[in-house]
Design a protein around this ligand. Structure first.
Ligand SMILES: [Zn+2]
Length: 201
């Protein structure tokens, strides 16, 4: 289903409306869900999110990543989800531009590596002042590559106040977030329209 919604683009403020593409499908273990993408034709901004058919509660997911086999474990990350790698002190909070994705643990690590790579490159340009950041980034990249080949282990945590995110593995643990935890999390982008009851037609 594709439609145009009368909403200004949150990035370029174009008033020509956003294209909304909606389709429902089944993800193994995650269940029936709706994938929803908003597109601005003016600036190319895209926002994808996944909305489970059943209402979910604010949930945390935790998984011990400890072997190279775990790289293929599937992860559904919605745009309201904070991702943490506890032992490495890494955290991605959902910013205004956060977007949902379905990937696997290797893909999640790759996103961290890409972000660290950006910081590393800009720190290198800072010369002596960036030296401390450079060695911290290099250390993190080494830890992440050790993780990929099963030579290290860490706890991967997803914290999602909307409860739309999940780690799809039988050893993944989940628990409900309390209101204090929910208040401490970044809420993610404030995207208009998104209420699954609007998508039922
Ligand atoms: Zn735009």
């Amino acid at each position: 289903m594709e439609s145009t919604i009368d909403q200004d683009c949150p990035i370029c403020n174009s008033e020509s409306g956003l294209t909304l593409i909606v389709h429902s499908s089944e993800i193994p273990y995650f269940g029936e869900h709706t994938e929803m993408t908003l597109v601005c034709d003016a600036c190319g901004w895209r926002h994808t999110d996944f909305i489970p058919a059943e209402g979910r509660k604010a949930t945390a997911w935790s998984f011990e990543v400890e072997s190279s086999d775990h790289m293929s474990v599937r992860v559904v990350r919605s745009s309201s989800c904070t991702v943490r790698i506890v032992e490495l002190g890494l955290e991605v909070e959902p910013g205004q531009n956060a977007t949902g994705y379905i990937s696997n643990i290797e893909g999640v690590l790759k996103r961290f590596e890409d972000a660290i790579g950006l910081i590393l490159r800009s720190s290198l340009e800072d010369g002596e002042e960036g030296a401390e950041n450079v060695s911290a980034c290099e250390e993190l990249l080494r830890s992440l590559s050790a993780l990929r080949v099963g030579e290290a282990s860490v706890e991967l945590i997803l914290l999602d106040p909307m409860g739309h995110s999940q780690i799809l593995h039988e050893e993944a643990r989940s628990w409900e977030l309390d209101s204090e935890e929910i208040d401490s999390l970044a809420p993610g982008p404030q995207i208009p329209v998104i209420d699954s009851s609007d998508l039922d037609n």
